[in-house]
Design a protein around this ligand. Structure first.
Ligand SMILES: [Zn+2]
Length: 187
């Protein structure tokens, strides 16, 4: 029995291509490498998606806070009685100030996430051509701190890839060596 690396279904030992999905069935080592790369690519894509969604949602929240600030800014004008105004206006000023602070924070964090999502395209493209780029990126503690600070959903996928690279060190080295070999044979 050969289990397909792509669709996981069992094929006869004699076949070279999966009878169910058409994937090429090479030896087990190749299948293992392919599966590692595919999963790596998938988790990187999820990480990028998390940055992208946050990069869109946070600026929208920032805009909502700006709108709220405007709504509150118009309110004290309706307060006629002087005594109430003396109490209320400082409270409103404080609330408006906090809304503006939230807006700035959400806008900033949103932009950081958008930039992170754009920067990931390079890493994604390197998975199948030069895994060492991904290895360097995944191995750095800086990545984890960044995600922990700016995107807790992305952090999950950063940690998954971090652990996968650490626990499959030999496999990763073998893939990198093969990729370098292929690259050199073209030159
Ligand atoms: Zn298959």
């Amino acid at each position: 029995m050969k289990t397909c690396w792509k669709c996981n279904r069992d094929n006869d030992d004699s076949v070279c291509y999966c009878a169910f999905c058409g994937a090429e069935l090479k030896n087990d080592a190749h299948a293992e490498e392919q599966r590692f790369l595919d999963n790596c690519h998938r988790f990187l894509r999820y990480e990028r998606l998390a940055y992208r969604i946050t990069g869109i949602v946070f600026p929208i929240l920032a805009l909502l806070y700006v709108l709220l600030a405007f709504v509150y800014a118009g309110y004290p004008e309706q307060v006629d009685e002087e005594m109430i105004g003396l109490v209320l206006i400082p409270i409103f000023v404080y609330i408006i100030f906090m809304f503006v602070v939230y807006a700035v924070l959400f806008l900033g964090a949103g932009l950081v996430n958008l930039i992170a999502s754009f920067k990931m395209t390079n890493t994604l493209n390197s998975v199948y051509t030069d895994l060492s780029v991904v290895q360097r990126r995944n191995g750095s503690a800086k990545r984890i701190v960044f995600a922990a600070f700016f995107n807790s959903i992305a952090l999950v996928f950063v940690i998954i890839n971090f652990v996968r690279f650490k626990s499959n060190k030999q496999l990763v080295e073998r893939i990198i060596a093969k990729q370098k070999g292929t690259f050199n044979s073209f030159n």
